[in-house]
Ligand binder design. Sequence first.
Ligand code: G1P
Length: 290
Amino acid sequence: MKIKKAVFPAAGLGTRFLPATKASPKEMLPVVDKPIIQYVVEEAVRSGVDNVIMVTGRGKRAIEDHFDKSFELEYELERKGKLDLLKKIRKIAKLAYLSYVRQKEALGLGHAILVAKNLVDDEPFAVLLGDDLVYSKIPCLKQLINVYNKYKCSVLAVERVPREQIHSYGVIGGTHIEDNIYQVDELVEKPSPARAPSNLAIIGRYVLTPRIFKALEKTQPDQGGEIQLTNALKILKAKEPIYACEFVGKRYDAGDKLGFLQATVEYALRRPDLASKFKAYLKDLDVNLI
Ligand code: G1P
């Protein structure tokens, strides 16, 4: 079955970016001049998935407005003859087919996905987390879809992370199948380095079979009262195989201040309109500024 739908959990409070996220969604923070969420929606579209289900919450209206038509803005840009910008702005509203559903309480990633159940229906689907930006020739989600098309089961994007960071991720233990593909044997959410089955961390891209919804319904909340997707995947694994793909590309944790700064610098350096001036500025930058 073709992957047509992508769920974007976007209800989080963005506490790591306060005060910036007090009144604005963290998904709308710009990397150079584009909100993070737009990069991720573009990745889904480039992967052939243009049916986007956004799981939002209170205070997230700006996301809907961003992907909507903006009559006043378009009128003004047209009137002023700023046609390049006008084209860019119009493209955003046509990027994907968007649906919105609200997660009323912050009960975890697994719960957010469960909220999208009725909109996903009984078909395999993708999940993309806005905190992770992946720069790659073949979109990260497309790499997972290629694995799904071959094995017809859920596929998780994984990356090797240093031991000291392992506690921030869901971690898998796996059997190497071919090239960069593993069959998942073990899953642990945010383990201590001693309990981690490997250094292969799950990053925010998934292809899931619809059976995950049953697993999510059975998943007990963790100590913090949240329903973890990783724990539901454990239940799913008892019923059907799960694969992991060590994707090719550079990932930025844009939900973290340092990762966000790294993404900003590197995405700017890749921009033809900024690269040379920005590079020159960075070269001359006095690192002893303070
Ligand atoms: C979530 C998942 C975790 C995964 C991570 C990837 O954690 O629970 O398994 O490794 O996303 O970004 P969060 O970062 O929301 O705490």
